[in-house]
Design a protein around this ligand. Structure first.
Ligand SMILES: [Zn+2]
Length: 151
């Protein structure tokens, strides 16, 4: 008797839902053991809240790959068209259902994102435009994604 009962709060990978043991504040270097998504939460700050301006540089049509399901053998190709503190916009060949979580990887970042919108192309020669917000995010700062923080 007298043994305190530890509430078992489970934390899950935002993409494949595999439980992990890192709790709410997973360190940046750890991955989901199943799908290798980053577990660290995307920063919640906005430029107004933080008093800082964070800028990213994205060249037009930066290649990315994404996984809409797990398991999936290889990433579906897309191109990153916009990167901000809150999320990304990219183009791809196939529609993706809003409110689903997908895993994204590129030379700039690894992330799990939630699809916010998916706009159909205006003509068949063009691609879908997808907007998504970060759930977890690891920027590859040494690859040039991170330009400057102005205080
Ligand atoms: Zn996972």
């Amino acid at each position: 008797m007298g043994k305190s009962y530890e509430p078992a709060i489970q934390y899950y990978c935002a993409f494949c839902m595999t439980p992990h043991a890192y709790g709410e504040n997973a360190p940046p270097e750890v991955d989901c053991i199943e799908c290798h998504s980053p577990l660290i939460h995307a920063p919640k700050m906005t430029p107004v809240q933080s008093g800082r301006r964070v800028m990213y540089r994205v060249s037009a049509n930066e290649p990315l790959g994404f996984f809409a399901h797990w398991p999936q053998d290889r990433p579906t190709p897309g191109s990153l068209t916009d990167l901000s503190l809150n999320g990304i916009q990219f183009n791809c060949e196939q529609p993706i259902e809003p409110y689903t979580n997908i895993k994204v990887q590129s030379a700039l970042l690894d992330a799990v994102v939630r699809i916010v919108y998916c706009r159909a192309p205006e003509d068949v020669s063009k691609r879908y435009t997808v907007g998504a917000k970060f759930l977890t995010l690891r920027l590859h700062k040494n690859r040039g994604a991170f330009v400057s923080v102005e205080t």
